[in-house]
Design a protein around this ligand. Structure first.
Ligand SMILES: *[C@@H]1O[C@H](CO)[C@@H](O)[C@H](O)[C@H]1NC(C)=O
Ligand SMILES: *[C@@H]1O[C@H](CO)[C@@H](O)[C@H](O)[C@H]1NC(C)=O
Length: 308
């Protein structure tokens, strides 16, 4: 389990919370410098470092006990033990909540999404600078149509962050995994959500990043007055059952009352259809959008940027 969690953490191209917090400084002080300048108080930064919250860190092979020595995208390690993936339907809310907690940033985004979105998404970790303006145009058209980017389009914004930072990574990792993979998209909203602790606490889209954990832990530190509805308890029991079943058998449904229908990985629809884990809403089209972008534009890895 420990290993799985680390794998999970490293695989995706997350960007750091403090990028957001420094964005205002960034925009007021410079126009066209590299994203890496956003990482303050660290010397010689060429690559994302552990100074960021979650960005993968490539460690030299010569360093003491290096964990990650190549870009995870290039990794050929394909373990074959079973893997349980659970993503929260509004995972990307973890970023949007903090944007909404910074009024200056929120305004900048609304006024100039073409400038701000690439930074928030760290698009230059993956795409060539020359291509980014066109990619952003495509993002704006696909996710927002003619609508403004901001609170009035909260769910679109959350979908964008969920897709780019979580779902496409889960899809790719699941498709490329060496063993059996169970993927849940968790959609139930407990009576409390981590949204209330992030930014100004106003984000509505849920369940957001970490919310699934509320089924396993009361988390009285963060939610000292937490109460449970009957449904909260029921879902929590199901989740615990699924986890125990997975630990015992590698199959989260064997000893649990969860029923799901198999999904077709090749059709981009990786999410198992199990209540209460999946809403009817299908996200294939969103995953397809990113496959198309990644097929159409040059992509680079963390260690190989010559491509641009
Ligand atoms: C997804 O997996 C394929 C096959 O390993 C790889 O070539 C591709 O670069 C991956 N895409 C992303 C976005 O990681
Ligand atoms: C929890 O309830 C107590 C007693 O009503 C109150 O003083 C406290 O502020 C509450 N804490 C939170 C985080 O809501």
């Amino acid at each position: 389990m420990h290993h799985f969690l680390r794998h999970w953490t490293w695989y995706f191209n997350f960007f750091a919370l403090h990028i957001i917090l420094n964005l205002i400084v960034y925009f007021s002080s410079m126009n066209s410098k590299s994203l890496m300048l956003l990482f303050p108080a660290q010397n010689d930064i060429e690559k994302p470092t552990t100074g960021t919250l979650w960005a993968p860190t490539i460690e030299p092979k010569s360093s003491p006990s290096p964990y990650l020595t190549i870009d995870p995208k290039l990794a050929t390690f394909r373990p074959n033990y079973p893997w349980l993936n659970i993503i929260n339907a509004a995972d990307g809310g973890v970023y949007v909540a903090y944007i909404f907690g910074e009024p200056d940033l929120e305004n900048l985004l609304a006024e100039n999404p073409k400038l701000v979105l690439p930074v928030l998404l760290s698009l230059d970790f993956e795409f060539c600078a020359d291509d980014i303006p066109e990619i952003v145009n495509r993002i704006l058209t696909f996710y927002f149509g003619d609508l403004p980017v901001g609170r009035s389009t909260e769910s679109q914004l959350v979908n964008l962050f969920s897709d780019y930072f979580f779902f496409t990574g889960v899809e790719n990792a699941s498709l490329n995994y060496g063993g059996e993979v169970s993927v849940y998209r968790y959609t139930y909203i407990q009576s409390v959500t981590f949204n209330s602790l992030r930014g100004d606490g106003s984000l509505r889209a849920a369940p957001t990043h970490s919310d699934v954990l509320l089924n396993f832990f009361p988390d009285l530190k963060n939610f000292p007055n937490r109460t449970y509805t009957e449904k909260d308890v029921e879902v929590s029991k199901l989740m615990v059952e699924a986890l125990v079943s997975f630990i015992e058998d590698g199959n989260p449904t064997k000893f649990s009352s969860i029923k799901w229908s198999p999904s077709d990985l090749t059709e981009n629809e990786i999410y198992q259809k199990a209540e209460p884990f999946l809403q009817e809403q299908c996200i294939s089209e969103r995953l397809q959008f990113w496959s198309t972008i990644r097929a159409e534009f040059r992509t680079k890895t963390l260690t190989d940027s010559q491509i641009c």
